[in-house]
Unconditional design. Structure first.
Length: 143
């Protein structure tokens, strides 16, 4: 159940990123609040969804094979995004404004979408994965 542990690890990494983003948002002028808050909200949502998956795996053990494919797509890309963010936002040598600006610009250049949009996409995929895992209609309750 490597994916189960992967969900837990990425939830912890998301919590770390959210904590750092909160500190950056607090340190910056209100003009940055909306953009950072949008990313922060989605990172926190992704963390909760990953923990939900982790909690649901033992309950819906028979359905886990159905969601493994999707987790093998979502988790590595989510992990890469988080790992790409950390060097910028967890760098005490840079002022908060530079941390946020460099990170958001460079990561937007990678995927052609804002960081908030990227995390919305991750959250939507995770919501559907949770639904697939816990859906009563996908497999009979006898399984």
């Amino acid at each position: 159940m490597e994916e189960c542990f992967g969900c837990w690890q990425e939830a912890r990494r998301a919590d770390k990123v959210a904590s750092i983003l909160l500190g950056i948002r607090t340190a910056l002028d209100p003009e940055y609040y909306e953009n950072i808050s949008a990313v922060l909200k989605e990172v926190e949502s992704a963390s909760r969804l990953l923990r939900d998956l982790y909690d649901l795996f033992p309950i819906y053990r028979a359905r886990v094979p159905m969601v493994i494919y999707y987790l093998n797509v979502i988790l590595p890309t989510f992990q890469k995004t988080m790992r790409d963010m950390i060097p910028y936002i967890d760098n005490a040598d840079l002022p908060p404004r530079t941390q946020w600006t460099l990170m958001s610009q460079r990561l937007a250049d990678q995927g052609g979408m804002t960081l908030a949009q990227r995390f919305v996409m991750y959250c939507e995929a995770l919501v559907q994965t949770v639904r697939l895992l816990s859906s009563r209609s996908s497999i009979s309750m006898r399984d």
